[in-house]
Structure formats: C-alpha cells, structure tokens
Design a protein around this ligand. Sequence first.
Ligand code: FBP
Length: 551
Amino acid sequence: MLKSPLQIARSSYQPKLPVALKGNVVLKEGEATQSVADHEEIKALFPNTYGMPILSMVKGEKKPMEPMNVGVILSGGQAPGGHNVISGLYDGLKNLNPQNKLYGFLGGPSGLIEHKYVELTGDIINEYRNTGGFDIIGSGRTKLEEPWQFDKGIEICHELGIRAIVIIGGDDSNTNACVLAEYYLQKGCGIQVIGCPKTIDGDLKNSQIETSFGFDTACKTYSELIGNIQRDANSAKKYWHFIRLMGRSASHIALECALQSQPNICLISEEVEAKNMTLNDIVDGIIKVIVARADAGLNFGTILIPEGLIEFIPAMRRLIAELNDLLATNEGFNALETEDEKRQFVKACLSPESSALFRDLPKGIARQLMLDRDPHGNVQVSQIETEKLLIEMVAKRLAVMKASGTYKGKFSALGHFFGYEGRCAIPSNFDADYCYSIGITATWLIAGGKSGYMALVQNLTAPASEWQAGGVPITMMMNMEKRAGKMKPVIQKALVDLEGAPFKYLAAHRDEWADANTSYIYPGPIQYYGPSEVCDQPTHTLKLEKGAFED
Ligand code: FBP
C-alpha cells in the first residue's frame, strides 16, 4: 500500500491507554437500568437484555481463558478511528490469549448474512493502525432485522467458532446490535453481541456515552476548511459563503464548527424547530445580517448550515414524514418513470398543506426529497442541497430590496458542502486514543461474557490516562419511534440541547460574530505531534458540556 510520510509516521503512533485498561481487568456491576422512555414496550421486546446493570472496569486477578474467536462489523457511514477500534480489539484479544482470532465481516452487516469474511491477522492490522477510513473490511447500511438474517449469522459464527460479534456503528446500527443480542440470547446459541459508539454526527451520546468517535476529527477537519474560507473571504472581501455541514439530523457538527471558527451566522436546526420557524423566517434572519454588514461596507461573510435543517422546519418535517410513509408503502410510485410523473403523483397523495409546500419548492429540491430512503427509512439529507436553496431565496429577496433602495450592497454567494471530506480523515490523537480504548473495552466485555452492551469510555476531558471504562446496556438508550411507517424500538438520538452549554455559548456570542467587526478564528489543520494543548484537545462541545472550557 502506498503511504504518505505522515501515514508512515502515524503507523508507529502508540495510542494512549487509560490506566484503568492497563493490566488485568474485571467487571463491576452497578445499578440496574431502564430505557430512556417507553419502558413497558422496550421491556416486552427485550426480555433478556432489558434492565441489565451499568458495568465499570476495575483491576482484577488474571484468570486463565479458553481461546475464543470474535467477529467484527463496521456499519453505516465512515468515521475516523474505526480502524483503531479494530486494532484495540485485536490487541486486546491477543493479550488475553495469543490463540484468539479476530474475523472481519466484509462490507458491513451484509457480510455476516452472506458469509463474507476475512481473518484479521497482525500484518493486516498493522497496515491500518491510526489510519482513517473503514477500508480494512468495508462498511454498509444493511439493516439486520429479520430472523432469517440472524440465523445466517448463527451458521457462520458456529462454522468459524465465533463467540462474540462486535458491531461498530451509529444509533441505527447499535439498535441492530441490541436486536441481535436479544435474539441470540433467546435462542441460547452462545453468541454475544457488543456495540461500539461510532458516528461523525455526534448524536449517539447520552448520560453514559460522552461522545461518539469520529466527531472530533471530522469537526476539526471541517473547521480547518471553514477557517481557510474565512481567511479568503476576509482577504478578497467579495463572497458570502453558504457552507452546509454533514450530520444527518442533529446540528452538533455545525455547532462545534461554529465554536471553533466563529462564523457570521450558524443555523441550528433544533432552534429552528423550537421557534417553529419557516424557511422565510430563516431567510429573514440571514438578510438582516447581510444588510447590516453591507451597510458597514462588508459584502462578505460565512454562514454554517446543518445538513438536517430542512427536516427541522416544522412544515417541511410534516411534508417529509408524509413522503416517507408514501414512499415506504406505495408501489405505484416506484413504477413511475419520469420525474414529472413522480412529482404529480406525490402532489396528489399529500395533504393539502404539504402538497402546496411541495409545489412551491424548487424542482431540484423536490426531486432530492423524492430520492430513495436509506435502509433505515431516513431521507438522505446529504443529497439535499439546502445551501443552494437558501442562496436562491436570499438572492431573490435582496434583488427586490435593492430595487426598492433598502439594500445597497453587492451579493455574490458560493455554496459548499463539507461531509465526505472529513469522514475518513486521519484520526486526531483524541479519536486514535478513544477508539483504541473502545476496542480494548469491547474485548473485556466479551471476556466477561456480556451481551447487549455498548463499550463505554468516560471522563474524556481529562488526559487519556485518567479515562474510565465500562459497559452500558443498549436497551437503556432506547425508545419507540416511527420508522418507515411503523413504531420500532430505536436508540434515542441526542439532538442539540438548547439549554446546554455549547448552544448557550453560541447564543451568547453570535451577535458579536455577525457584527461588522470580524471575529473569525482560523483553527488550521489537525496537529498530530506537538504540545498536548495543541494536539490532544477534545472538542469545544465536550469541554463546554463538562464545564472544562476556558474562553
Ligand atoms: P452514520 O449515522 O451511519 O454514522 O452516518 C453519518 C453520515 O455521515 C451522515 O452525516 C450523512 O447524512 C450520511 O452518513 C451520509 O450517508 P452516505 O454515506 O450513505 O452518503
């Protein structure tokens, strides 16, 4: 494999391991748990994995262990650090017993069903230590929900002598992990299932999981790009940059990037929903800032737009929910060939309010809203060009204002979308260390005979040596939600908390950032070497949430 000098240097980086995970570890049980909501429904659906205690890892005596084989699956979108979860798992297994084997299922959950796998040897693992991407075994979004799929999993696990499967994924994939764990316990087939918290979106977090891995690196990568654009804008002084940031639903990425780079505007979807805002209200807010800056002779600026914005505008949310149900259940739609036929068909089936909204959308956006849902029933918001929609609406409004003499500036806008640029970046020290610890933690959960747990590493604003490890029952994070037209048990997504410290910090500073006096910060690229205050820092979000942020 061809490697850059940085890749070569990074391959020998030894992730920092918490003292808690050094040496021999035993599991200590804490309080029994319950689901975050819908207790009775979740309990009935998960009789074997509901109510299990939180686990913490403490020092213990070394016990002889029989050799064991483990399978690992990467699921969903790529996130920096996935390879380190696998290398931590591999090292953890080999430390327990050099005869242990790690198998990687290829291409995501479908590898388990289709029996596509590879044995991950030391040579393979060494090629991927501290690298970005999921290419060691590939990823996929196949939803594991049918008993026949679970049974195919049993077949291959028994054939390979696999005692546990580790699923590295986001909320949907860890929901799969929990369903699988429950099924295997019900069947008594002797296969454990352990989840690991992955997603750049940062929305898999709760009272136990402090952050998902990949969020740190992705936000640092996007913040570097935003900072570079801001410096360009401040030099050329001629463009408004509308920058859409990945993060399917929650606005954590946009918020974190705003905290790091201090743009003129950062939209937060959760606030838009809470204030019951329309698209026109959002445009009004943007216009106000553009006009004020133009009055001060500044015809440039930056606007961060969370990818999921469109779904949080209440009227759009109702439209999308109706479209989701329609596309999930209506065969007639799929048989139609042209875009025009599809649009007419959809308009006729929607409620009058949604139909009117759909009719007024630019054709491109209407087409993007009708695209296939992902296997979990989600709209593929990464395909919806909200930044272009906003540019178009703002430009139209400013043209009218210019004609009436209420706007005297010049408006020239550029749209950007940062998503795939950050998902496979070389993991930051934080993600490299965090992921490696997650892998080791997963090994101990398996060794302790646990199933239906997610690997837990906490105290993340402290130096890595002080991190704590344990396990959290996945059922504890679940509630019932409507998916593809049916109520399903799913892990509750963590949206931006409008009462939380990160949003409050933005709210307290945004007027100053919007103002004529440019407050841009240029964070620069991720630093892998150097003083700890430069290269080992967690996100601003995490520091603000834990009260460890210094202005
Ligand atoms: P996960 O939830 O699987 O981690 O994926 C996150 C994500 O990167 C979202 O931010 C984005 O909307 C989506 O994946 C894009 O999906 P795809 O990779 O299928 O284009």
